[in-house]
Design a protein around this ligand. Sequence first.
Ligand code: AMP
Length: 230
Amino acid sequence: MLLNSETAPVVLFMGAPGSGKGTQSGWLAASLGIPVVATGELLRAEASRNTSEGFRIRQLQAEGALVDDKTVCGVVESRLRRNTPRRGVILDGFPRTVRQAEFLDQLLDDLGLPRPLLLHLDVSTTGILRRLAGRRQCAVCGSVYNLRSKPSLKGSRCQKDGGALVQRDDDTEGVILHRMAEFESSTAPILAYYGPSAVLRIDADRDAAVVAADILHAVAPGTAYHLAVA
Ligand code: AMP
């Protein structure tokens, strides 16, 4: 058992683009009743601003390049300080560099939150390309679907608000391969930084519901399984 009911879990999801981080973190958050902070989403919100900073972030995201540590740490810090998750939090897509990991350690310490548990969603290249080709996102609320594994009940419209389902700019094959290469080179140092005792490797090539059950069992055995999509 990795976490018990007295701790406020801080869970980090680490996985290549298309490894199912977004889906799995949403399900785990619903089961544990804690929020997810996804840096990709926080940065997309910054990028949608009509400012030079917004434009800069938009360009980096469109290329599949990492946004600089200062900007990413800044958005995470302001989110966690604004509304400190006393019952625990899931971080999706952060940290992605050792500097971000060091920053996070200090921030968690400052906020009185425990050291994190890192879930490494391990998935093959073929699995990633297959999933990302089918990924669609609502242009209005950002909900994520997959044509194959998680289709919308309303076809090409979002089942929550009817918004059009679109492909993300960075989900084209060339950009995906760049993001995967970026992920591969940044993964090893982070896994080494946390050390094997803080890292749980999950085989994420399996069916999403099986992976979710495995994660929940490992993180908080005995917790009811809640597959509501956040
Ligand atoms: P994601 O939604 O997690 O796949 O992230 C989408 C894009 O946002 C990435 O390709 C990066 O450009 C940027 N991004 C998200 N999280 C980070 C991070 N922790 N550090 C740097 N860039 C990030």
